[in-house]
Design a protein around this ligand. Structure first.
Ligand code: ZN
Ligand code: ZN
Ligand code: ZN
Ligand code: ZN
Ligand code: ZN
Length: 333
């Protein structure tokens, strides 16, 4: 999951302002205006022990709203050393919610895309499972509900993967790219089955605590003596994943296939971490898309002992040795 940064609106100070002003008659001779320094005859105004001509006071001393330029009396808002009527402040100075367009006061969310919105929308509208934007008319132009449990926004919807031919092409592209890294022996074609719900994927995989699971590789084979025959691989992946996400999940599963196919005796607890290097490879190759950046971030923040910590162990090994040496060392871990 990607954490949205929550903060409280700052820089807004509500203060009570009392005009210490009186309309007086000039009873003292030689009274001078504190603004123009000229003599005062007749009515004048005092504020904080200084006297002013009425006009000097109105034109130069009295507080004015920095938005509408009109005179302020009573309570007002102060921001960045500027003064505003409460109404002007609320309607013109406060940031507006990207979901409902109303001014934002109190707690709000700023997402990784720069959208800000009232915190309470979180309980009214779902987040997109690909990009984590709030699915709403103004931010994402709405979205789709899949299997009554998964939400995809309309921005991501254009990029989701469901098409069989497209999947075939993605597999063969990835196979070429992975082969170049030294990940040999991947089957030329691969049955890839799309699954609509996470529950269904969980039933097929039987992987415990699989809430974040998006793909699964099924492997079966027969043996004659010690030799494996009739090896079969099937990859299951959630339907309607954003293309970048789909590629990352597929690359992860292809590394499982690599381990099975080559009978690599990698330590059980490091298997998922190693396979996540495939996802990292995909995200790293698509860094121009913000989704890659967000997904990478969450991989490095993931606390799962295998998918998170195991990944970071394998990742530092990869950074140290590079792909070809790492692949040769896998049975040493
Ligand atoms: Zn004056
Ligand atoms: Zn104003
Ligand atoms: Zn709002
Ligand atoms: Zn989205
Ligand atoms: Zn896995």
């Amino acid at each position: 999951m990607i954490n949205n940064k929550r903060r409280i609106a700052t820089g807004v100070i509500l203060i009570n302002f009392f005009f210490n002003t009186f309309l007086n008659s000039a009873t003292y001779k030689n009274l001078k205006c504190n603004f123009c320094k000229n003599k005062i005859n007749g009515r004048y105004i005092t504020q904080e022990k200084h006297a002013y001509h009425e006009q000097c006071y109105k034109d130069h001393i009295q507080l004015r709203c920095d938005h509408c330029k009109n005179i302020i009396s009573g309570k007002y808002n102060l921001k960045d050393e500027k003064n505003y009527h409460q109404k002007c402040f609320k309607n013109f100075i406060l940031d507006k919610c990207d979901a409902c367009s109303k001014p934002i006061e109190g707690e709000y969310v700023k997402d990784s895309w720069g959208n800000i919105y009232h915190n309470y929308h979180r309980s009214e509208m779902p987040l997109c499972e690909s990009c984590n934007r709030l699915i709403s008319k103004n931010i994402t132009d709405g979205g789709y509900l899949i299997n009554e449990s998964r939400s995809v926004c309309n921005i991501c919807w254009r990029h989701v993967i469901n098409d069989k031919d497209k999947i075939k092409n993605i597999y063969s592209d990835l196979r070429n790219e992975l082969t170049e890294l030294g990940i040999y022996n991947l089957p030329k074609t691969m049955p890839i089955i799309l699954i609509n719900s996470k529950e269904e994927l969980f039933k097929i995989s039987k992987i415990p605590s699989s809430n974040g699971l998006q793909g699964y590789t099924k492997y079966d084979y027969q043996t004659i003596g010690r030799e494996k025959i009739n090896e079969n691989f099937t990859i299951f992946i959630l339907s309607n994943l954003h293309e970048i996400n789909f590629r990352a999940v597929l690359a992860h599963e292809m590394l499982h296939v690599y381990l099975f196919k080559n009978s690599v005796p990698l330590k059980e607890s490091l298997v998922e971490g190693f396979c996540n290097l495939g996802s990292k490879y995909v995200y790293n190759s698509n860094l121009e898309n913000k989704i890659s950046e967000l997904k990478l971030e969450s991989m490095y923040e993931n606390n799962h002992p295998e998918y998170g910590k195991g990944f970071r162990i394998m990742d530092s090994e990869l950074e140290r040795y590079g792909w070809s040496t790492l692949l040769k060392k896998l049975d040493n871990y």
